[in-house]
Design a protein around this ligand. Sequence first.
Ligand SMILES: *Cc1c(COP(=O)(O)O)cnc(C)c1O
Length: 382
Amino acid sequence: MRSQDYDRLYLSPPHLGRHELNYVHKAVEDNWVAPAGPNLAGFEADICAATAAAHCVALSSGTAAIHLGLILLGVGPGDEVLCPSFTFVATANPILYLGATPVFVDSEADTWNMCPERLREAIEDRITQGRKPKALLLVHLYGMPARLDEILAIATEYGLLVLEDAAEALGSRFQQQPLGSFGKVGVFSFNGNKILTTSGGGALVTNDAELAQRTRFLATQAKDDAPHYQHSQVGYNYRLSNILAGIGRGQMELLEERVKRRREIFAWYREHLAGLPGLRVALAHEPAGSRSNRWLTTILLDPQETATTPETLRQHLETRNIESRPLWKPLHLQPLFATAPMYGGHVCADLFARGLCLPSGTAMTEADLRRVAEAVREGLRG
Ligand SMILES: *Cc1c(COP(=O)(O)O)cnc(C)c1O
């Protein structure tokens, strides 16, 4: 480690509690060092309890969970899947794994998530072209609930099954109900930068017992019910390790605490960055009855009011050894998806041009927050 790394402020580093090691220790002691064992069952039960889902399957990543989720919804070669453009690439990569095509939909300005109007436009246009989408992949970016009531009504109207990518939204709620529990299938990530982590890991939740059973089957090489190795379908090696599930159990004990702290950090930035010309802390408004886990605090710069751009500000923070990151670059602007259909586009393109994510890790102290705020103020003065 270089000496300057000691005081580096990262965007969203892992934050462990006191009990993770107990679960890991027990797994090693009992020889459950495998993608099976009591920590897996315990971790899945914890996730069910926190998300009000009937069934949970712990998997090796959120991406693996989205891949299996799309298979459960029947997505295959040549199909089209509705998906927001404004998200991390891991949302849409599994669509490509299956030989299907994403149909991208723009964001709306309040939640930054899928715009219901553009969604309806996209569905109707695809139907006119004789290509009714197979499924709807919905994302809750930065923990903020999408406009679920409108989007679910549209999905019902057109008979579309919904997969909720709640990778960034563990602990968030919409009308008091946990995110991840609204679609046919919900997905969480426990990657190192998420609100809780197992270093790498994911989970699929559903209320459908058959789908849960099928997920376990597909995630463990799709072995048929026979004493020998018998296979009639393509399978995957996507199960989480019992060791990592032990870390997950320790982390799940902390969910409410971590959400509370992320929300405090968001509120702190909002208070202390108020009134700076051309800068505002974004996503200020949570829909009534909703709770965002405030995974990352984000800011927007207004080019009419400040000459500072997100990139010059990011570089300035870097000189103070503070990590910040641009918002997700919209997928319709990525070379990988150059030929995918897109409905709307300037809302998310504008957010990308104007936004920046600030360090939001739950281990941050008041002094850390002051350091970021001071560096932001300096950066804005230019
Ligand atoms: C992190 C993330 C994923 C992927 O999760 P992994 O566990 O890293 O595979 C998917 N979608 C979104 C929106 C994410 O932020």
